[in-house]
Every structure is written in structure tokens, then in C-alpha cells.
Design a protein around this ligand. Structure first.
Ligand code: ZN
Length: 263
């Protein structure tokens, strides 16, 4: 799989002696979490993992070279059981996912590091990442952070409907990979499905509201797409990657600085 993380930002490139020489109280380690799961007929299984790597690599490129922030190798497998029934989806259970994060957090703490950011780009992992950020803080005293998706980037030009319900393999994800890995996008295989209509709101929503219904992709989107990929362009992908990278770099900087005054 392609990587956009500069070699100098890859933790796994270091020797143990180099790790031993890092300023371990202040170094920020970033653990990417993503998924290998169906992304419709037009995107690769590794979509969330590729996007994570593309955005994190671009964000790390914006940090001062002297700032000790390193990307750990990603946890590519996530909790993807919303996509069961689609060939190629490789999912781990919530218990397994949390156990992996717990064990990696234990190793990070045992190596003498104090700061760990969990950077997640798969929605099915989000609740677990928040749980584990707190548990790792409580169990190991690590200063932990959670960071999601595009770091709050605004994505100018996106429709309200896509912004609300373009959950999966929609315009944003497609634009990201049209920029990053155009050779992996099957532009003649686009399909559109929406789980809800922003113009006709119902009391029960799929996500992010006072009352949600739990959904499985196969129940509501035969193609596996939740969104509308057609308007995606590589040009918008490049703009949105740049915007996301800026937001993520600012948030990583805040995490790096956090605690110098707070705790
Ligand atoms: Zn995705």
C-alpha cells in the first residue's frame, strides 16, 4: 500500500537506540486507525486507510522538522460489521479492536512516552477510539487524544445533502482518492444511495442526533455506497486535502503543546 508519511516521520523506521534518544516526555506519537472494508463498486477496500495516510502525511509535512511527532504504523483493521455481507470486508470485533489499542498503548507507555494521539478515519471505530483514549489515560497515565477524519475541515462546495449523509464512498472520499490514487477509482461504476433526506427530516436519524437507528449497509444500500460520488473531482480532492492537512496539523500542534501549562 502506498504511503504519504515522510520517512523521517515514521516511527517504525527508527532503531531502539534512536527511540531511546527521543525526548520521550514531549514526543507525540500518532496511532492511525482505519478499516479494510467495502467502499462500493468504485473504491478500494483500503479507502479509509489510504485517506488516513494521505491526510496524516500531508499534515505532518506542515509541522516544523524539529517538532518530535511520529506516525506509528496504522491499525488497518477496524470494526466494520456495518458492512458485513459485502465480499472483501475484513472486520474485527469491538473487543479485539479495543484490546489492540490497549496493548499498543501499554507498549507506548512502557517505552517511556507520555503522549499518544489516536487518529481515526473510519466511522465504525469512532466510539471505541473515544473509549480507549480515556481508558489509556486512566490505566497508563498517558496523555491521550482522539482526532477524527479531516479535523473539522469545511469542504467548500459540498451540498447540504452530501454533507449530512455522504457517509461512505461519497463525494469527499471519492475526491480524496481521485487526488491520491486515481488508478484505484472506477469512475464508470459510480452509484448513489442516501440513508436519509436532509429536506425531509424524520425523528429517528442514522447518526449524530438525540435518537438514532442502527443501520447495516446491506439494508439500505445494495451497492454499498452511502452518498453521491458523481461530482467528485481530483481538483476538489487536492483543495480539501490541503484544508484538512492544515486543520490536522494545527490540532497535532495543540496536542504537542498541551500539558506544558495544563497539567
Ligand atoms: Zn470510508
Amino acid at each position: 500500500m502506498k504511503t504519504w508519511i515522510a520517512p523521517s516521520r515514521q516511527f517504525a523506521n527508527l532503531t531502539w537506540k534512536q527511540v531511546d534518544a527521543l525526548p520521550r516526555a514531549t514526543t507525540l506519537l500518532v496511532l492511525p486507525t482505519a478499516a479494510i472494508e467495502q467502499h462500493g463498486p468504485h473504491m478500494p477496500l483500503a479507502t479509509d486507510t489510504l485517506i488516513n495516510n494521505r491526510l496524516l502525511g500531508a499534515a505532518l509535512d506542515l509541522l516544523p522538522a524539529a517538532m518530535p511527532v511520529y506516525a506509528l504504523p496504522p491499525v488497518c483493521y477496524g470494526k466494520s460489521n456495518e458492512h458485513i455481507g459485502f465480499p472483501g470486508t475484513l472486520s474485527v470485533s469491538a473487543a479485539t479492536f479495543m484490546a489492540v489499542l490497549r496493548d499498543l498503548g501499554a507498549s507506548v507507555a512502557a517505552s517511556g512516552f507520555k503522549k499518544l494521539a489516536l487518529y481515526n478515519t473510519h466511522g465504525g471505530n469512532s466510539a471505541l477510539v473515544d473509549v480507549m483514549a480515556r481508558d489509556l489515560r486512566a490505566e497508563f497515565g498517558l496523555r491521550t487524544f482522539s482526532l477524527f477524519g479531516s479535523g473539522g475541515a469545511k469542504f467548500a462546495g459540498l451540498s447540504d445533502q452530501e454533507r449530512a449523509y455522504g457517509f461512505h464512498a461519497g463525494e469527499v472520499e471519492t475526491a480524496f482518492l481521485l487526488e491520491a490514487t486515481p488508478e484505484l477509482i472506477h469512475t464508470d461504476e459510480y452509484t448513489t444511495n442516501y440513508i436519509a433526506d436532509v429536506a425531509n427530516p424524520k425523528p429517528l436519524k442514522p447518526e449524530n442526533s438525540p435518537a438514532n437507528f442502527a443501520w447495516l449497509t446491506r439494508d439500505i444500500a445494495a451497492s454499498g455506497v452511502l452518498g453521491h460520488p458523481d461530482p467528485a473531482t481530483a481538483e476538489n480532492g487536492a483543495l480539501w486535502i490541503a484544508e484538512a492537512a492544515k486543520s490536522i496539523a494545527a490540532l497535532l500542534t495543540a496536542m504537542f503543546e498541551y500539558g506544558e501549562t495544563q497539567s
